[in-house]
Write a protein that binds this ligand. Structure first.
Ligand code: TLP
Length: 348
């Protein structure tokens, strides 16, 4: 029986075209800069994002960490949202490894940080305080429902950064989803930021990897950080080959996942017992909450759904995240909604 795995887009398996490209990939030692497939992926990624250079990195977590280490010195402070992936889900790496002080300010429901909150969080130069060095945004914003930050908003934050001599990093794990949702050129969306990490291994279906992009000078600093973190790989062109296919073949179809997320939210909106956060999810994520009269908690509902071969992410005691991706078709959406109906009819 086919499993419908909506826990994340990280669960995506490589496509047949990716497996073929991986099998045929030309490889070399990337620590010597001699892997032609990695070099090609890095050039393609940088060009697609309008940045000078790119760096293939094993994961999104390491991409953000290498970027932040390349921007900051020990004891510096970065400003980021309290719901940022880097703050919540990256094992405290910036503090543990980098000695970097996270200054969180509230994320709004739409994933933004209030511009006044950012301005207020910037420290005056005074020896009592850490030095504010960097602002980090996330687009799309995972814990804010897959929310999408606009070009104008990103530019407004960049203007503040410039005015205070700070840098701006973007956790753009799903930046191509953001560009598809806004129907804008991704180059315009990331033009205001100094650095961006995006992931090949989420909505883009590749098995491994992220690419960090920025100026040539920044990437050469990040290259050293990647090495320090143990992320220098050897014949990893086998992985980069899948990334190239992802950029060529998966990026153009992401809007399909967003349409299916809407169909899913609308379907779940008619199921007694759950309330989708919105029936118009901004990208490929559907967040929903159990109604108060449902006697099971989210974990128990997830276990019941598993019996119907539907896997969902449990976010809290009474809420879920469902993520659409390449391997979720219309039939899977229908089956998932039916499974929620069957499970909840007995408990609400
Ligand atoms: N997100 C994962 C989990 O860690 C929550 C998921 O299932 O969504 N930035 C963002 C915005 C992310 O969503 C993730 C992964 C990362 C960075 C980290 O990427 P990896 O897992 O490659 O280290």
């Amino acid at each position: 029986m086919e499993i419908i795995d909506l826990r994340s887009d990280t669960v995506t398996q490589p496509t047949p075209a990716m497996r073929e490209a991986m099998a045929k990939a030309q490889v070399g030692d990337d620590v010597y800069g001699e892997d032609p497939t990695i070099n090609r992926l890095q050039e393609m990624a940088a060009e697609m994002l309008g940045k000078e250079a790119g760096l293939f990195i094993p994961s999104g977590t390491m991409g953000n960490l290498a970027a932040i280490l390349a921007h900051c010195n020990r004891g510096d402070e970065i400003i980021l949202g309290h719901m940022a992936h880097t703050f919540l889900y990256e094992a405290g790496g910036i503090a543990a490894v980098g000695g970097i002080h996270p200054r969180t300010i509230p994320n709004q429901a739409d994933g933004t940080l209030l511009l006044d909150d950012i301005r207020e969080a910037i420290r005056p130069r005074d020896s009592h305080f850490p030095i504010t060095r960097l602002i980090t945004l996330e687009n799309t914003h995972n814990r804010c429902g897959g929310a999408v930050l606009s070009v104008e908003y990103t530019q407004a934050v960049a203007d503040i950064a410039r005015a205070h001599d700070l840098s701006l990093h973007l956790d753009g794990a799903r930046i191509f989803n953001a560009a598809a949702a806004l129907d804008v050129d991704v180059v315009d969306l990331v033009a205001p930021v100094d650095s961006i990490t995006f992931c090949l291994s989420k909505a883009l279906c590749a098995p491994v990897g992220s690419v960090l992009c920025g100026s040539r000078e920044f990437i050469s600093r990040a290259h050293r950080m990647r090495k320090q973190l143990g992320g220098g790989m050897r014949q990893a062109g086998i992985l980069a080959a899948a990334g190239i296919v992802a950029l060529q073949e998966i990026v153009p179809r992401l809007v399909e996942d967003h349409l299916r997320a809407r169909t899913l939210a609308q379907g779940l909106g008619s199921v007694a017992g759950v309330i989708p956060d919105t029936r118009q999810p901004p990208s490929n994520m559907v967040y929903l909450t159990l109604r108060e009269d449902v006697s099971l908690d989210a974990q128990a509902v997830a276990e019941e759904l598993r019996k119907h071969n539907v896997l969902v992410g449990v976010v809290s005691k009474r809420s879920f995240r469902l993520v659409t991706h390449y391997w979720i078709d219309d039939k899977a959406i229908h089956t998932a909604v039916e499974a929620f109906e069957k499970v909840l009819e007995n408990y609400s």
